[in-house]
Design a protein around this ligand. Sequence first.
Ligand SMILES: [Fe+2]
Ligand SMILES: [Fe+2]
Length: 212
Amino acid sequence: MKSKLIGEVKDLIKKKYFAYFEKGGGKGYRYYHAVRVADNALRYVNKFNISLDKDVLVISCLLHDIGKTVMSSNTEITYDSPIEEHCVKGSQQAENILTRLNASSKLINHVKEIILNHHDLDSELVEIKILQNADDLDEFGMLNVWRILSYSFQTDRSPQDSCHYWFSVYETMQSKIASNFSIPFFKEMALKRVENCNYFFTSFSKELNSND
Ligand SMILES: [Fe+2]
Ligand SMILES: [Fe+2]
């Protein structure tokens, strides 16, 4: 399912983020992250035939970080606003964007509500739960390998430092999975991903120590 509005929102965030890099994520990371969150949310909805407005869900996923990012130079994105602030800012910015794109007020209000509350862990709104789970999923797996290594290139960390970093956060990542995911589909994927990442760094560390 792909509505014209979804294509327009995607183009807009591509234009906004594509040329920018962020530490750890690399070039275009914010754009690709938003698209992955939307794609993974949709995978779940389609697999389990969840009944909801898919346009609203996908557009909310695409725009969920819009209030979080700061273009700190011509080429770099940083983000430092507190959670409540980026939720409020994000829902306002989403309203402006969707109004410019002539979206219906029903869709705009629904998206605003989702973005405004996208960090509320007590929310019962199914779209918010799916967005939260799909967003959290991006923290785990080979994506994490990429982020750790790319961060290392940008901060003079050695290959060994990268492995040590991973081993120092591995248990925290496992407990994060236990506590963060409310939807089994995403939780199982995160568990598989964290082990992939651990496999990478375990193998890498063995090679670095001539111990493989
Ligand atoms: Fe957020
Ligand atoms: Fe996110």
